[in-house]
Write a protein that binds this ligand. Structure first.
Ligand SMILES: [Zn+2]
Length: 444
């Protein structure tokens, strides 16, 4: 590949190949087949650092490329990108989701923003650093990881449990963040410093079987379940103004009145009435434990009063919140029905990294150069990424990237796991330059 200072065509080419590999992870062990993209990336990075491939299940490979640092006391940095993507429904797409066509400066395809764009730009940055003779003081690691889209079971989770020394780094950068939010003081770039936890809960509702022809005063589990769902949907837990929310709002330079309302638990929900619905949903999720009833299974036959219904509720917890606290909220929502049902929950708590770190300072310095007039703001991710495993292992992990103004946050949010996913080439080049600059600044 010929080399110019402009990384655009190189990162575009690599992204196209990653998209065409269609490493679709549908949650089954046999899906994903990330081996194809590991082979692609290992070939692209041939001669760069030390390579190690891990394969905990057939086809579920992850690649570690390491540029060993010269100073064992210097901090280490990992750039981590997943190679798997979520399934598509091609009916909703106006382009072939795996053709990776380029039109008007945009690359189209599944994974274009989640997150093959960043995986490709990380690999290109590493290649460019190595080719320039970069010899870091602290170890620089690139991890192309499998299975992010299905809880990291055969990817980051497995690697930290079984190969911790091979993958652990003091600082970890992975998706997503870094889209430009316009403000009166210039663009703000969210750094995802924390992620909400999941507290997925199953609620079993019991009743007494009977004949559907005589419903008078029956103990119908479906009717009780409907009331359980209604109470959960109506539940209004308190607004929680935590540190990353406060710093986000303060960094956004809203009108003083808006800032005050967004930091006041009493007025927060009223303030959301003025905000577009997509943003309102996100901000609400950033400041509340959320409860979404999502699945109901019950009943067997039209003429039978059901004696058993099972509900699933997607509960998302805030930083610092324990399972006991989440259970207490769920029971509060159910009121006098709490004792009449069985609740089983799986607690995967929220994770957070401090904001006051050398990695933050590095990002602030490098983005100030790459994106004029910008400043960082901390942000809470309402979903989960592989960062949670690294934060629990002791790393400072942030979600970041860098996007041009051509990719608005609203579009980005809709494309994540959505239809017509695409990324502009300027964003690809910006992210490539970002990773290079970050590596030079933090471990160089
Ligand atoms: Zn992702």
């Amino acid at each position: 590949m010929s080399r110019t200072d402009d990384p655009t065509s190189e990162v575009t080419d690599l992204l196209q190949l990653l998209i065409r590999n269609r490493c679709v992870n549908d949650g089954s062990i046999a899906s994903g087949d990330e081996t194809r993209s590991v082979e692609l990336l290992a070939g692209y990075l041939a001669g760069v650092g030390d390579h190690e491939v891990y394969e905990p299940q057939p086809g579920r490979q992850s690649l570690v490329v390491k540029l060993e640092g010269t100073d064992p006391d210097a901090p280490s940095l990992m750039l981590m990108g997943h190679t798997d993507v979520v399934p598509v429904n091609p009916d909703g797409w106006s382009r072939d989701p795996f053709a990776a066509s380029v039109e008007d400066g945009f690359v189209w395809g599944r994974g274009a923003v989640d997150m093959l764009n960043l995986t490709a730009s990380q690999a290109v940055a590493l290649r460019r650093l190595a080719d320039s003779g970069f010899c870091p003081r602290g170890t620089l690691i690139f991890l192309a990881v499998a299975d992010e889209e299905a809880l990291g079971t055969w990817g980051a989770h497995w690697l930290l449990e079984h190969q911790r020394d091979a993958v652990y780094a003091d600082y970890v950068l992975t998706e997503s963040g870094g889209f430009q939010i316009p403000t009166s003081e210039g663009p703000r770039l969210p750094v995802l410093v924390a992620e909400k936890g999941t507290f997925w809960s199953t609620i079993r509702v019991h009743g007494t079987p009977g004949h559907g022809s005589q419903p008078f005063r029956t103990d119908n589990a479906l009717v009780t379940a409907a009331e359980v769902v209604r109470r959960i949907a109506d539940y209004r837990p308190q607004t929680q103004i935590h540190e990353s929310w406060r710093k986000f709002v303060e960094g956004m330079h809203f009108d003083p009145g808006v800032t005050a309302a967004l930091l006041d638990p009493e007025h927060f929900t009223d303030a959301l009435a003025e905000v577009p619905i997509g943003l309102a949903r996100h901000w609400h999720a950033c400041t509340h434990t959320t409860f979404a009833p999502t699945v109901a299974h019950g009943g067997t036959k039209t003429n039978m009063i059901p004696d058993h219904v099972e509900l699933q509720v997607d509960v998302r917890t805030l930083p610092g919140q324990t399972g006991e606290e989440a259970t207490a909220l769920l029971r509060d929502a159910l009121g006098d029905l709490a004792d009449a049902v069985e609740i089983d929950s799986n607690d995967d708590p929220s994770t957070a990294s401090p904001i006051d770190t050398p990695l933050w300072d590095t990002l602030a310095r490098t983005t100030a150069r790459l994106c004029e007039g910008s400043a960082l703001v901390p942000s809470l991710m309402t979903g989960g990424t592989d960062n949670r495993f690294f934060r629990r292992a002791g790393s400072v992990g942030y979600g970041f990237g860098l996007f041009s103004r051509r990719l608005a946050y609203e579009d980005y949010a809709v494309m994540f796991h959505g239809n017509d996913e695409r990324v502009d080439q300027e964003s690809l080049a910006l992210s490539t330059r970002l990773w290079e600059a970050v590596a030079r600044d933090l471990v160089g």
